[in-house]
Design a binder for this molecule. Sequence first.
Ligand SMILES: Cc1ncc(COP(=O)(O)O)c(C=O)c1O
Length: 414
Amino acid sequence: MAAPQSRRTFLHRLGAAVSLTELGSRLAAAPNEEFYWITIRGQFAFEEARVPMNAANLCPSPRAVAERVTGLTRDIDLDCSFQNRAKFAGMLEASRAKVAAQLGVSADEIALVRNTSEANNTINNGLPLKAGDEVIVWDQNHPTNNVAWDVRAARYHLVIKRVATPQHSSGADELIGVFERAFTPRTRALAITHVSNVSGLRLPVRELCELARRRGIFVHVDGAQTWGALQLDLRAMGCDSYSASAHKWYCGPKEAGLLYVRQDRIPEIWPNTVAPGWGNDADPDVKGARKFESLGQRDDACLAAVGATADFHQLIGPARLEARVLELATRLKEALAELGGKLVSPREPALSAGVCVLAVPPARRQELFDRLYREHGIAGATNGGLRLCPHIYNTPDHLDRAVRGVKTLRHLLA
Ligand SMILES: Cc1ncc(COP(=O)(O)O)c(C=O)c1O
């Protein structure tokens, strides 16, 4: 790795905005892995003094995506006529088609909504359920897939059963068993999370979907921590619906998200927001899951830029991207464990993804998180402990800085 000064100059040179085609040529010509990932790092505008390591919450976008949003927003401001904006319908469809292809499903099953929260609420408000029906939720679900079910239960007299998984699980079989024992003949839905944002635990979702579907139970998977981090095939996963945010691991525009609903389940889901286009299956423009993104006036530039984000991911390739995310997370967890820190997140590959949480007493989390940012320039989070989520824009040097920072502040871990 180059010395800090020359690294800065190097990054500056690599950091100029380039088209995705030019970026593709540079990546293809990269002489080694280090150069490859430094070239990717150069496509993100953040400065070395303030390093993002909180992909579970929000990611920066690569320059090509950020410029697509800015350029198209300017275009609308210059001419917001229906005539000028007509082109956005095609761009939205291009974004949808690219996202669907990456997820192994059809474009008609994808709605581009605003975020995971909205997508989760569309499912928990829209699934037809009646008094006495049971819904099983994981206690590590985000509030939008957890408290949101309680709110619905209070209105419609549903029974919500919260399942807790062991803090240090022995493996997939144990996790499957915990959910399986909660099923009863009255269970109608299972609402889970692919990877927890508070522990980093990855559930065996394919097996859980299979188990539930054999009993006719609807399965919703919150994928906020997996879209853009892991290679996904939703058809193979077997879920009925899946939600995610583009502004997290996908590094897409802010306030864009996705809701996938399997083709045969789309007709039965009620709207959360009723706007023009809802339920109008006769109109070819709102066919399939498009009815879930009918939310009034949308940010057309943002939705168009989801397509540029998909192109950026495709340049790297989902398999290579996943391997890098897992490699960074593994290195970080190993280094933190070597310091004597207690990990909340599992280290077994099958139960892991990109979310790394280090145990920190609640009373000390804020100080550790603040000082890591102020004194070491590493921006993490306090969810579940000290949460650090390195992504493709992070370098090994960033990991070393994070670990050095935690080492200096080690007295706050106990
Ligand atoms: C698992 C999970 N679901 C849902 C959300 C909500 O995401 P958003 O705020 O983008 O809707 C988050 C946010 O961190 C999350 O981690």
